[in-house]
Design a protein around this ligand. Structure first.
Ligand code: FES
Ligand SMILES: [Fe+2]
Length: 356
């Protein structure tokens, strides 16, 4: 599927490079080098002595060993474990133990980072173009908002193109089937919805009345178990975040506060056919459910099974034999896909050298 000349066929869809993506949870980064595939690149992440995070291309340009493979930190530099060349946080070699002066060619790419609350964001494009104002507003997401408690937890790895991951989160109708009653009473798929689009956001809203929720939701929302009125919003922030926002009002219990819970997903391409979901939870109440992230993982692994299966079928059959026939409820996904394609087309129009 081409949109604006961009290949957006899920299974091999392109993604914007001049954007920020969640690279890690903040507590994953320390004084030990961490290897992670990001946007198709091997990347090594660590912290400088003052705690500032660093991300560099994870291949030593001398003889090609991964810097993270046994590499050690010497002050703010990373020392390759093969012949000991050291690279500074800017990616340039600064010391060659065997002698000689480092040339400008002896350098690795640096990825600008931005740490906000429990997430570290990385810029996938040209470092000089990094624009922090493009990072979604964390207060709006609910991760730094007054009145909401944020928890940062699970990372899910899917062997599927990032667009499959992204669109799965925009699509509520699978809740009734793939999640077989774990988080609804079987009524989401057929329920009416509205769609609204604002800038780079697509919001799909469903409003339910007088529902009895299944035990898993009663536990995680810390509800009394009686009927509730609820609002379910799926909000996509193209190209990097999806929010599942739920608001619950217990019917006939004006004494109980309205409960709000958001699942906030940072969606990051790991490679052309692999992606991460960095999951955070924001809720209007203190979390007293110790199994919150365990429950979530169990639920979200059902999505991963589906995502991996869809990618396997794409790879097995090839792009000419995987027709994709959309139905009405795919509107949110298709709108999001168009937004992302527009972002790629835009960056190619203005910054052609950034496209890789
Ligand atoms: S391969 Fe890294 S120093 Fe030689
Ligand atoms: Fe799901």
């Amino acid at each position: 599927m081409q949109i604006d000349g961009i290949d957006m066929l899920p299974g091999r869809a392109e993604y914007p490079r001049n954007q920020w993506y969640v690279a890690a949870f903040a507590d994953e980064l320390c004084r030990e080098p961490l290897h992670r595939m990001l946007f198709g690149d091997p990347v090594v992440l660590f912290r400088q002595e003052d705690g500032a995070p660093v991300a560099l291309f994870d291949r030593c340009p001398h003889r090609g060993m991964r810097l993270s493979n046994g590499g050690t930190l010497v002050g703010n530099n990373i020392q390759c474990n093969y012949h000991g060349i050291q690279f500074g946080p800017n990616g340039r070699a600064c010391l060659i133990p065997s002698g000689g002066t480092p040339t400008s060619a002896l350098a690795v790419r640096r990825y600008p980072l931005h740490e906000i609350s429990g997430w570290v964001w990385a810029w996938a494009g040209e470092p000089d173009l990094a624009d922090p104002s493009l990072i979604p507003d964390h207060a709006e997401l609910g991760l730094t908002a007054t009145g909401l408690n944020a928890y940062f937890g699970e990372r899910l790895d899917a062997d599927s193109n990032y667009l499959y991951s992204f669109e799965n989160l925009v699509d509520a109708t699978h809740i009734s089937f793939l999640h077989h009653g774990l988080i609804d009473s079987g009524n989401v798929a057929a329920h009416p919805y509205t769609v609204e689009q604002q800038d780079n956001r697509v919001i799909m809203r469903r409003v339910f009345e007088n529902e009895v929720m299944p035990p898993m939701l009663v536990r995680s929302m810390q509800l009394s178990g009686g009927p509730v009125n609820r609002t379910l919003d799926l909000i996509s922030y193209a190209p990097n975040v999806c929010v599942v926002r739920q608001e619950y009002v217990e019917v006939g219990r004006q004494d109980l506060p309205v409960r709000e819970m958001r699942l906030v997903f940072g969606i990051t391409p790991a490679g052309p056919k692999s992606s991460y979901q960095f999951v955070a939870v924001a809720q209007s109440y203190e979390n007293h459910h110790p199994g919150l992230f365990g429950d979530l993982r169990m639920l979200l692994m059902e999505d991963v099974v589906a995502l991996n299966d869809v990618q396997q079928m794409f790879d097995l059959l090839g792009p000419d034999r995987v027709p994709e026939i959309s139905v009405r409820s795919d509107e949110g996904a298709i709108r999001t896909r168009r937004l992302i394609a527009g972002q790629i087309a835009e960056e190619r129009r203005h910054v052609p050298q950034a496209a890789e």
